[in-house]
Design a protein around this ligand. Sequence first.
Ligand code: UD1
Length: 315
Amino acid sequence: MGARDLYLVTGGAGFIGSHIVEALVRRGERVRVLDNLITGRHENLAHLIHEIEFIEGDISDYETTRKAIDGVKIVFHEAAIPSVPRSVDEPKLNHEANINGTFTVLLAARDAAVRRLVYAASSSAYGERGTGAKLEDQLPSPLSPYAVAKLVGEYYCQVFTRVYGLETVALRYFNVFGPRQDPSSPYSGVISKFITALLSGQSPVIFGDGEQSRDFTYVANVVDANLRAAVEPGAIGQVINLGLNQRITLNQVLAELQKIIGTDLTPRYESPRVGDIRHSLADITRAERLLGYRPSVGLTEGLRYTVEWYRENRG
Ligand code: UD1
């Protein structure tokens, strides 16, 4: 890969996308962003806006996407409506953004002779099979429209590799957290909601008994894996878990955050969410083997950085 290849980050104004954009800019690459600003925000790229090309547009529109992808070597496809409960409330929106959108990006990438597309897949594809670490070879069992959509995207990636020779890699993100994750919607990621509640002295809400567990992964680890997935030859056509391989319950993560922030607030327990998974833990041996991935930021360290960021940027 030449030093000045052109990269496209779909959803580059979003939480994970903007971190990928930042890493690419830091490395001196040319970066273009395509984002419809539905869940993405201008502020996420404000510090980089003079160093990138920004296109406001929707990935479901072929013409827009084809234009945005022109001359691009590598695509990081992060654009999505990334919420399990939102997909339950708005299944059509989920289908259009996450299935039609991904299909359109793949089609445009094929037509523009892109070399490789790295796709943001989701661990929600696994569903409830077993309580141990999830292995990529396990049969998927999606429990929400969101999980179905993200899984369809994976299948399309694999088929575009086989049928059209477009190199694709699907990274199954487990629960990603970090600076710039938007806490303001009812569909926001739980860590962003916990932190902002605690910082403003409000009781965080826990859906269910709080004994459900997740594999929370700091965003820098995910960025690192994406950059590797863009070049590693062994990753082509593969589905690869991306997590920390560490199980923690919601009650535990809340306790950890209260310790970092210095609060002792009692959470409000509400009914469990429809489509919610009980336990989610990543086996990351495939990522280690195919990508040379080693998560460099641990959970507590990541939580500290994140709290610090919300302290400085709240409001
Ligand atoms: C998350 C991701 C999704 C990703 C999936 C992979 C987000 C917003 N969603 O879904 O994109 O594909 O992981 O596994 O990052 N909860 C509370 N209180 C709250 C909010 C949530 O108790 O205020 C609970 C939920 O019921 C759930 C857990 O926290 O049990 C995590 O929820 P959430 O952060 O929305 O993530 P997932 O649904 O796991």
